[in-house]
Structures are given as structure tokens and as C-alpha cells.
Design a protein around this ligand. Structure first.
Ligand SMILES: Nc1ncnc2c1ncn2[C@@H]1O[C@H](COP(=O)(O)OP(=O)(O)OP(=O)(O)O)[C@@H](O)[C@H]1O
Ligand SMILES: [Mg+2]
Length: 454
């Protein structure tokens, strides 16, 4: 028994029912108006499309056949696609005979749609309608939030050079804003974060918006150099400093008046750490093999994926150096912690000839990205090279299998029956509880010989 006016989500909604049976339209009219909704009936696809053209509609409930003699469901499929292409966001409930369930399942995969087998159960239809409206609201909110962030980013970009950084997450927006703010100051910045997360991009933003942006920008990767060469690289050498050494200026001198990015700082050994501390404090150093003290003015940006605090704990990193460097610390979150950035980044890495199919984008969003943005870039580049078609599908991404969701164990009859009992026959809810997709639960119910209609 359905209580009148129990669902505020349906209140004042406009529901379009497209069904050739006046009896169906009348029944739905009663059902939905008890919830405060307004029902508009349309007897044919053409009439339904005309209504949609004329006025805003919150929800469509459509039949699959519109003539007494038609049973193929083809008309319904065509109508569904027509509505979808013209009104991509309007939720659609397909009312279908059990024989067309497969077709309906295929159609609703695209989202913002659901299906019910005829004859329908009133309470279930209301729940389905309410869920779809809730989903649409959530999507609209998410879209509004995305729009706001894009605007915030555009505003930031009018004032600062963002070096082409792509993001839509709040976390990155905050981080990039901070980078632009600290850029002017003449203080060292420490950028931490996992491999490939975009630390260097952030360093570039700091450099590009700093007071010394016209000066040199020197990057040195301390992780790529053998320990004994690091000091020579940073501070330079005098002829004869060691066998075969020629006079050579170091990176500090090269960066004088500009910015020096010390990448993979965690790899610097004790002697180098002591020298670095001295330059940071006084700007002074000597080339290897020289007694002449030189002075430079260099803005230091350091980046590392090592946990420096842990390194201090096991005496691998000097605490005083750490405190010198981390006056400002920017922590780049792993890509998986900011899923809103995944699709924008993926689209950014595509070449001009390719696009991503919707299921491919979903697969990207679900993958955990242990290699962060760099891994995403490589996946997209590879897919562009290897994909046979202009639209890259999920399979062409060739994502490592380890990331795929583990198969849920197949529930036995008792589990299915009790889940259905608890959900009062609501298949969606039961499926959620069992950790299955609704289609999978239907297949399971068929196999177990359970009735799929209450
Ligand atoms: N927000 C972003 N927008 C556009 N490109 C990005 C972004 N973040 C990262 N990238 C790209 O991803 C790749 C890896 O980023 P980056 O080199 O900055 O990472 P990292 O944190 O310095 O990595 P590592 O720890 O390996 O040094 C680069 O090609 C970079 O241009
Ligand atoms: Mg880097």
C-alpha cells in the first residue's frame, strides 16, 4: 500500500508518461499525483517528444511498444535514443515486458535510466523514480561544483601563469593557489608527494610566478646522479679537484639570480646536506678543490617523494636542513585521492585524432594509479598509438589486471532469497547488498529459478 505524499522528492515534479494505453496513463496519474507530482500523458513517441520540446520534464516513464500489434520493443528503443540525444539529462524509466528485459538492461547501462517489468509494482515504481531524481540532483550538484572550480581556476589563471597544469579537484586548486601565493616570497619551498604526482609542475608554477622568473631556472635531479658526483654537480669543481676534473661551474652558480629545483632531495648524502645547509643560510660555498668562497642568490625549490621526517628519524636526513627547507611545504596528493582530475588529465594527454569512450573514462576513474599522473600519461599515449579506432574503448587502455575489481563471490539461493526479502523485493537494493550489479542479480535469479517479479 502506497502512502500518499510520502516522498518529497516527487513533490511538484513533472512526470511524462508515454504509453499508448489510456489505462496505464490513468493509473500512473493517480499514483504520482498522490505524491504531489504532475503527470502528463502522451499516447505515442511523437507526442511524447513534442511534450519534451514544449516544456521542462523531470522524469519520463515510457512504454516499449505503442501499437497493439507491436511487440518487438523496437519503437521503445528508438524513442529512448531520441529522448537521450535531445535531452541527455532527463531520467527515463522503461516499462517493459519481461521478454524485453535484456534490451532494457542494455539501454539503462548508459545511465540516468532504469527499468521495471510490467505489470509494475507501485511502491517499486515510486522508489525507482525517486532514486533517479536523487541521482539527477546529485549529478547537477557535482556539475555545478565542477563549474565553480573551473571558474576559480580561470580566475587564478588570469592573474598567474599556471604552466598548463590541468586539474578540477579542490585539492589541486588549493595547492596551486598556495604555490602562486608563495611564489613571490624569497623563501625555500619543499614539495612532497608520490612519484609522478606533479611535483615538478608545481615547482614550475612557483618559478614562473616568482620575482626571479626572468632569471635562470636550473633543475637538478639528485636521484639520477651517483653520490660522489652530486657535490661536484651542485657546487662545481676546480681543475684537479679529483683525477680528470676540469674547472666547471656548479648548478648553484648557474642558477644565480634565479631558481634552483633540487629534485629527489632525499637522495642527498650527509656531506652534501651540510654544504646545502650552508648555502641556504649564507649563500656561500666553495667549488670542489677550491678555497675561494663564492656567494650566490638562489631561490631554492626542493622536491622529494621520500618521507623526510622518517629519514630524520633514522639519521639519513639532517633535521636542521629539513626545517630550513620546509618553511613552506606543499604536499601533492596521489592521483587516486583526487579522482576529479583523472578524466580532465586523460583528455589533456590525448592526441588530436583520438577521444575516449564513456566506459573507458569510467575504467580510468576506477583504476588506482600507483604511478600517478605519469602513469596516466603513458597509458593514454600507448592507447593513442595502438588503438584501432579513433574512439578509445576500455579494452584499448590495457590497464593492469590487478586493478580490476575482484569478482564478488556468487551468492547462493539462501543469500539471494534473504537479500530480496530484506529489500522487500527491490532488486536494486538487494543487488547492492550482495555486491552485484542489478543485471548480475537478475541472471543469478534466473539461474536459481527465482521469480524475477514480485
Ligand atoms: N596537473 C597536471 N597537469 C598537467 N600535466 C601534469 C599534471 N601533473 C603532472 N603532469 C604531468 O605528469 C608527468 C609527471 O609529473 P611530474 O614530473 O611533475 O611528477 P613528479 O611528482 O615530479 O614525479 P617524480 O616523483 O617522478 O619526479 C609530467 O609529464 C607532467 O607534465
Ligand atoms: Mg619530479
Amino acid at each position: 500500500m502506497v502512502q500518499p505524499g510520502t516522498d518529497p522528492r516527487l513533490d511538484h515534479r513533472r512526470v511524462l508518461v508515454i504509453d499508448d494505453s489510456p489505462a496505464v496513463c490513468a493509473a500512473l496519474e493517480v499514483l504520482f499525483s498522490l505524491q504531489g507530482a504532475q503527470v502528463i500523458g502522451a499516447a505515442s513517441p511523437a507526442e511524447g517528444l513534442a511534450v519534451l520540446q514544449r516544456q521542462p520534464v523531470d522524469l519520463v516513464i515510457q512504454d516499449m511498444n505503442f501499437r497493439r500489434e507491436a511487440t518487438s520493443g523496437e519503437e521503445g528503443v528508438r524513442l529512448f535514443h531520441d529522448i537521450r540525444s535531445r535531452h541527455p539529462d532527463v531520467p527515463i524509466v522503461l516499462m517493459t515486458a519481461w521478454t524485453h528485459l535484456e534490451t532494457a538492461v542494455e539501454l539503462v547501462k548508459a545511465g540516468a535510466a532504469d527499468y521495471l517489468a510490467k505489470p509494475w509494482d507501485d511502491a517499486r515504481l515510486l522508489t525507482t523514480a525517486s532514486n533517479l531524481l536523487e541521482l539527477r540532483e546529485a549529478r547537477a550538484e557535482a556539475a555545478a561544483l565542477r563549474r565553480q572550480r573551473r571558474e576559480a581556476r580561470a580566475a587564478l589563471e588570469r592573474r598567474f601563469n599556471l604552466c598548463g597544469a590541468v586539474y578540477e579537484s579542490q585539492a589541486m586548486h588549493t595547492l596551486v593557489s598556495m604555490a602562486t601565493q608563495v611564489a613571490h616570497a624569497d623563501v625555500p619551498v619543499l614539495i612532497t608527494g608520490p612519484n609522478g604526482s606533479g611535483k615538478e609542475v608545481l615547482a614550475d608554477i612557483i618559478q614562473a610566478n616568482s620575482a626571479v622568473r626572468a632569471g635562470p631556472y636550473v633543475k637538478v635531479n639528485l636521484g639520477a646522479l651517483p653520490g660522489e658526483l652530486i657535490e661536484a654537480e651542485l657546487f662545481g669543481t676546480e681543475t684537479g679537484a679529483f683525477t680528470g676534473a676540469r674547472a666547471r661551474i656548479g648548478r648553484f652558480e648557474a642558477a644565480d639570480g634565479g631558481t634552483l629545483l633540487l629534485d629527489e632531495l632525499g637522495n642527498l648524502a650527509a656531506a652534501g646536506q651540510a654544504k646545502l645547509l650552508r648555502v641556504l643560510q649564507s649563500g656561500q660555498f666553495e667549488r670542489l678543490g677550491s678555497n675561494v668562497t663564492r656567494t650566490v642568490r638562489v631561490r631554492i625549490v626542493a622536491a622529494t617523494n621520500t618521507d623526510l621526517r622518517a629519514a630524520i628519524g633514522d639519521n639519513r636526513f639532517r633535521e636542521d636542513l629539513y626545517y630550513r627547507l620546509n618553511v613552506i611545504e606543499l604536499e601533492v596528493p596521489p592521483l587516486a585521492a583526487r579522482p576529479e582530475d583523472i578524466v580532465p588529465l586523460a583528455r589533456h594527454f590525448l592526441d588530436a585524432r583520438h577521444s575516449l569512450a564513456a566506459p573507458a573514462e569510467q575504467a580510468l576513474e576506477q583504476y588506482p594509479w600507483p604511478g600517478n599522473v605519469r602513469e596516466l600519461r603513458n597509458v593514454i599515449r600507448r592507447a593513442c598509438l595502438l588503438s584501432q579506432s579513433a574512439q578509445i574503448d576500455a579494452a584499448a587502455l590495457n590497464l593492469p589486471a590487478a586493478a580490476q575489481q575482484p569478482e564478488a563471490p556468487t551468492p547462493d539461493r539462501t543469500a539471494v532469497e534473504s537479500a530480496l526479502a530484506r529489500s522487500e523485493g527491490n532488486v536494486s537494493r538487494a543487488a547492492r547488498e550482495l555486491g552485484l550489479s542489478r543485471q548480475a542479480l537478475y541472471r543469478r535469479m534466473e539461474k536459481l529459478g527465482l521469480k524475477t517479479e514480485a
